[in-house]
Write a protein that binds this ligand. Sequence first.
Ligand code: HSE
Length: 304
Amino acid sequence: NELTIFSPATVANISCGFDVLGCCLDGIGDEMTIRKIPQKGIRISKITGMDLPLETENNVAGVAGLALLKKLKEDINFGFEIEIVKKIKPGSGIGSSAASAAGAVFAINHLLDKPFTELELIDFAREGERLACGFPITDNVAPALLGGFTLVKHDEPQKILKLPVLKDLFIVILHPQIEIKTSEARAILPIQVDLNLAVKQWANVGAFVHALHTQDELLFAASLHDYIVEPHRSKLIPGFEEIKDTALEQGALGCGISGSGPSIFSFCKGIQSAQNVKDKLEKIYRSKNIPFQIHISKINPVGI
Ligand code: HSE
């Protein structure tokens, strides 16, 4: 009647795959406890770690949970209470709202003996994202629920493809402690894109997917360029260009903006390479007088 889960942080976009690609991180995430209660509906009883709304309709976990309950075929005479130990800061770019929304629907589904598929859960969790940023974005909730690398195919209904993981891959996440609202980071993007840039970008997405299937590290690295979104959003992140140049010089396979920022991810092959990149980035960012956190993570292959 009660379940405690770890709901992971995620990296969306992954350079070339704006709104399409995502991956799940290991060891960075929130803790959530969900239990059945006699009152119907969803109640957010406690959030520790961050100051977030407790009203169900204003809370991403609450809204995602309600979306699930609405689709139940049979009426139930109980409800759910959610407690969140929030560790992922909202506005950090590593899927804070997605972790809460995905965690809520995963646990509720489990406590109801799994009436819904993973794809249906992703759809409910997207409603939390709609509340958080105005768009029902899928590229964080999909890897949070499925793990590994995911690709969102934007059909109606959406399809989610789970991609293989490159062996021995580590991610360094540098999180400058400034907040970037996804809605604002979306508002600065151009509505139309140059066809020549679009051609390069979709070639990169194809190459990225092929690289994962063939375990081609060089192609993986070569595909991690964003011609369309990063040039606009990087201006919101102090020191981005220097960090990216340094990470690549130190041997990172790729470096880019995590989600809508400000977190910056660097993919590295092997723990030693990740440690070198981390040490160097830490040194550089210390001189910027902006508080930050830096972590090394692996890819979580299974999600919640
Ligand atoms: N793909 C989204 C964006 C992810 O970059 O706006 C943010 O949650």
